[in-house]
Write a protein that binds this ligand. Sequence first.
Ligand code: NAD
Length: 429
Amino acid sequence: MSVGKTSRIPGFYKLSVEERLKIVQEFAGLTDEEVKLLLAPGGLGLDIADRMIENVIGTIQMPLAVAVNFLINGKEYLVPMAIEEPSVVAAASNAAKICRSKGGIRASTTDPIMIGQIQVVKVKDPYRARMDVLAAKEEIIEKANEQDPILVKLGGGAKDVDAKVIHTPVGPMVIVELHVDCRDAMGANAVNTMAEAVAPLIERITGGTVRLRIITNLAVKRLARAWVVVDKEAVGGEEVVDGIVEAWAFAASDPYRAATHNKGIMNGVIAVALATCNDHRALEAGAHAYAARSGHYTTLSFWEKNEDGDLVGTLEMPMAVGIVGGATKVHPVARIALKILGVKTARELAEVMAAVGLAQNLAALRALATEGIQRGHMKLHARNIAISVGATGELVDIIVQRMVEEGKIRMDRAKELLEELTRERGLQT
Ligand code: NAD
């Protein structure tokens, strides 16, 4: 099957792994070596793994899939997702299909500005110190930029300095904030290096003592936004639209629901982060802190109905991701994942990830507001249940089918069926 440059691939899920990979190879222009690496067990060699972290004793693998149907800012994307949870990729693909009804998902980003914090203690007159820091802005920026000529040459680097006084249980502190344009890097190393380098200068200016010098993951100046209008018929009619808006309103008003609402968004965001070897802890920290920035933890997305009765979804969240730096260029499979995505900049990657988060959110809300998530979820989870009780080969498929037919997708039933089938087969031989 040849699909050309569209991500709209009906029946992709029914193909074999090899058939799917052939389509992806054509779509992304993968070399035969890259395809071989994806198919080989252990795409990450021990030699590389042993240099990535400490005390290595092996590698752990995870399924890598592509979500289909994504049309973002008019461009077709096959989205690589690495995740252990069934139904996430299917849900993303399905929602992406629905999102095509009115032209796909739109997305944008701010400049890739990260903030490094420098904590100054033991300042007698902190408000005076704050003024002096702000007055010395140019000198601080210059010192920071000496640390990273590559970033500066690319148009990035330290751009601004801010300072605030906070009152803490151990007294007032001056917090100096360095705003750094990280271009195509996530930027934590770059920012931390700069924050450490300017510390002596900050001590001289403030007369205080610098303690912490570290990036914040509450990346309020590095936001990604995605929005979509979904035709009411494509989503299942006006009642479903109302159900989704009510589901969102529940989450917007109740942190217990909001946590799970946002978890659904992160299902998509983190799966792409894992596939591209981005720092998913940084993304999680940033997302939830951003959702709580008003003091009331709430949703990262908003769902409303427009005057035509169509569904409108918007999402805004910090998205500190890179296509260079960290492990992104170290892990061979992550490099291939980036090639499949075809993103040219970190901002484009962030836009795709916001769009995937929004689609993932739509899929969950639509299921929750209609039949509930368990029907689809458990059908896909049935395979895991069958495997976990010890089924292998075709027995997995038979047990899954029986459990789905009976509507009893449970471990105890899988065990019974496995025993039954094994007994029957034993008698036959
Ligand atoms: P890095 O230092 O590996 O790469 C960034 C550097 O790459 C830049 O400083 C620049 O000199 C160079 N570069 C080359 N081409 C570039 C381009 N086109 N755009 C931007 N820079 C370019 O990595 P990093 O991105 O600074 O840091 C990311 C790593 O830091 C991740 O592994 C993350 O897990 C880790 N980390 C995170 C935290 C945190 O989030 N709190 C804290 C510490 C470390």
